[in-house]
Design a protein around this ligand. Structure first.
Ligand code: PGA
Length: 242
């Protein structure tokens, strides 16, 4: 895994955002794998700025997001779909028909998982997958477990995730489940970029890069990928040995 340490989250956002823009320029029908959370926001802001400056068009890009809450309408302000609309999609020329999400309201999680796998495959696979990392080493909603997951699936959220995210739910109860891409599905991306910023991620980053590869820290699976790069700010890199 390649490790890049840059001064702050703005510089990381520019460096990573530029890779998405370059891919959109160079490859017709490029396929982006996208993530929610605070970490990718500077990356999305860079992409929006480049689009507004007419330096890039996303009109032929296709996107697949990592995860979505279950039992929450897509139109609800806290859905990950709404997050992506607000933070990226509403500000660029990505056609709505090119946006795909796991359906957290499906009545058949296995059929939905298969639909997503097939839809990604039909687009030629994900060219560039963006990831954040949880404090416990999760990627997507793949929490520490006994085995690495493979395809997309419905997962129960951990008490710590529920506690962390419930502050955003003031009108409806915080969902207890989510649909997420599995680790195996994430690893099929041709190129992966994981961003970690801030001291709260330092322990997870250390385990990801220097601990044993284990589903107890799902992000360690990225060490087996042929083209995965981690972008860190100094606080997130602070506990690394080298
Ligand atoms: P964050 O979430 O970007 O809001 O820190 C990352 C994650 O939990 O994967």
């Amino acid at each position: 895994m390649k490790v890049v340490v840059l001064d702050d989250e703005e510089r990381i956002g520019s460096a990573v955002g530029e890779q998405f823009c370059a891919l959109a320029r160079e490859k017709a029908n490029a396929v982006f794998g996208l993530a929610t959370g605070m970490t990718p926001i500077p990356t999305y802001q860079y992409m929006i700025a480049q689009y507004k400056a007419k330096n890039v068009s996303f009109s032929s890009v296709r996107t697949f997001n990592l995860d979505e809450y279950c039992d929450l309408p897509r139109a609800h302000k806290n859905s990950f779909y709404q997050f992506m609309l607000q933070e990226l999609f509403a500000h660029i020329d990505l056609p709505p028909a090119h946006i795909d999400f796991l359906d957290g309201n499906t009545t058949d999680e296995f059929a939905e998982s298969e639909r997503y796998r097939t839809a990604i495959e039909a687009c030629g696979g994900i060219d560039l997958q963006l990831l954040g990392i949880g404090r416990n080493g999760h990627i997507g909603f793949n929490e520490p477990a006994e085995n690495f997951t493979v395809e997309s699936y419905k997962t129960a959220l951990t008490p710590s995730t529920i506690a962390a995210n419930s502050i955003y739910f003031d009108d409806v109860p915080m969902p207890k489940y989510a649909m997420t891409m599995g680790v195996g599905a994430i690893l099929r991306a041709k190129k992966i970029i994981l961003i970690a910023t801030g001291s709260s991620k330092a322990d997870a980053v250390k385990t990801m890069l220097e601990g044993e590869v284990s589903p107890r820290c799902p992000a360690t699976a990225l060490r087996d990928h042929a083209d995965a790069t981690v972008y860190l700010d100094p606080p997130a890199a602070a506990r690394l040995c080298h």
